[in-house]
Write a protein that binds this ligand. Sequence first.
Ligand SMILES: [Zn+2]
Length: 369
Amino acid sequence: MSADTDPPYEICNSEAPPRILFLCDHASNRIPLELNTLGLSEDDLSSHIASDIGAGALTRALAKAFEAPALLGIWSRLLVDLNRGADDPTAAMKLSDGRIVPGNARLTHDGLMERVARYHAPYHAAIAEILDAAMAKGGVPIIVSMHSFTPVWRGWARPWHVGILWDRDYRLACALLKRFEHESDLTIGDNEPYDGELENDTLYRHGTMNGLPHVLIEIRQDLIADEAGVAAMAKRLESVLRDAFVAMGPLRIEYSRPLVRAAEITGGSSMDEKRRTELEAAAFRRLVAHLRSRTDVQNIDLMNLAGFCRNCLGDWYREAAAQKGITLDKDAAREIVYGMPPAEWKKRYQKEAAPDALAAFAKNDKTHS
Ligand SMILES: [Zn+2]
């Protein structure tokens, strides 16, 4: 296999509509020939430090069951970890589970960037392409990322069979954790054995930043170490996932983090999430101020042109408050946008709608939420 010309990923069911996209960052333990196994032994390369044992086979089985596309990395995570940002200090591990990785020990920044360009960037570009195409058609793809973990870590036997990892977007994780309560023989980790919060990992990049529902599922490796184990777990996960997708409710884009990564607005210097949220809030306040000053702009015209109006904005505010446990009255929330009771604004500024605007509104009304 040539490392230069082939894409560094395998794609399953590329023609299937991506209502669900399965990902497997750590599917393979292969190292390109010219890198001489990174100086590791065959034993090291067949262990959990080089790949997530069983995760690739399980991902393919799930993609088949759901008739959904799947993207799998075809090179070892030791080359460059697909589930890390290119700027992450652990993108190419020099030490993993106590073992030194000789081929990474003296890897320079340029050397790492070369690996990123060849093995890492094309995988993420392919994911982005699939998601962008689906979203351009109004779809809200669900991303399910499959991993596996070693039963014993630094001498400690981990108690979980399955781990559900999530960051801020709890939609799918919550539905899965609830559904797994019915699988009483399984011990489920909630953000165990790892925490799902890692800026610029695969799900941060493609799930969080796009506002798409997503989850990372970790399976204990001994449960999926052979074909029979993979088949049994795939069957079980299929049923759990199907129920969780339904329980999750209607699909929509929802942002659980600030809209940009800190580095994108500060050129690498640190800025905390509070500051980013303040900037977004400032832009919201300016939008509200603008709408308050432009009383000539009618709600019905906003609806017809853009599918939202002042009332929607007020309703979104109310929904955001509800998510934080704050109950707001519908009119009180809308008043925040209008700057006065909605009825008062209507009396002062709302003009009689033109017949063509009314007709257009009636036609589009189905989409008004
Ligand atoms: Zn993994």
